[in-house]
Design a protein around this ligand. Sequence first.
Ligand SMILES: [Zn+2]
Length: 260
Amino acid sequence: MHDPLYLTFVLLFGLAFGSFFNVVIYRLPNGMSLLRPPSHCPKCDNLIKSYDNIPILSFLILRGKCRHCKASISWRYPAVEALTGVLAVVAIYHFGFTIKGIEAALLSLLFVPIFFIDMEHWIIPDSLDLPWILVGLALAFVSGGFVGWKGALIGAVVGGGLFFLIMQLGKVAFKKEAMGFGDVKFAAMLGAFLGGWKLLLIILLASFLGSVVGVTLIISSNKKGKPTYVPFGPFLVIAALIAIYFGDSIIGAYLNLIRP
Ligand SMILES: [Zn+2]
């Protein structure tokens, strides 16, 4: 699916979703309604007019400042919009308008609010993963997705079960929550969409990335004497994107390696 016109539509679709995700990222963890009140400047409370709410463009035109009070707008807003647009285009460019492409696009879109909310609040809201476990399983029943229904079922059970076990072990070993229930639901969702093999790859990659970043942060924070907590969700997101686009090649290369 390399038609520039189609891809432009996908890009605009992604940018619009990115704009909505900015609302989701800000409001969902704070228990606010996604619909009301309409977007307004947190500094001066002036409503943001639709012509000032165009993804990326408005940020550039307003030079990152509120039209009324000139308060700075966070770089996160255009970044979330651009990221969502690019992820949607990559999914359709790579897989086309197929079940796989729709699954990749859907996951990529959900990854954006999951990444930013977990990063800031250390939670993954239920609405971003719990119902999507069922959607992943349902899509697996339709042929042509990442995995058949058996693989999806195994992926969801193994993902959820394994993380639940790690969560319980963490509680016993560290006397505190080393891993939240959000990661359990999220792993089950990734398993439902991508199957057991890709899920294992995701867990390995995420653990590796997580320990590299974790150790780096611990070393650098010891100088300042502040304790650090690194949420696991963002690493799962990065690992899942790698698994979606390179998983088959990585798993294939590994199986070739261990084959006698
Ligand atoms: Zn303002």
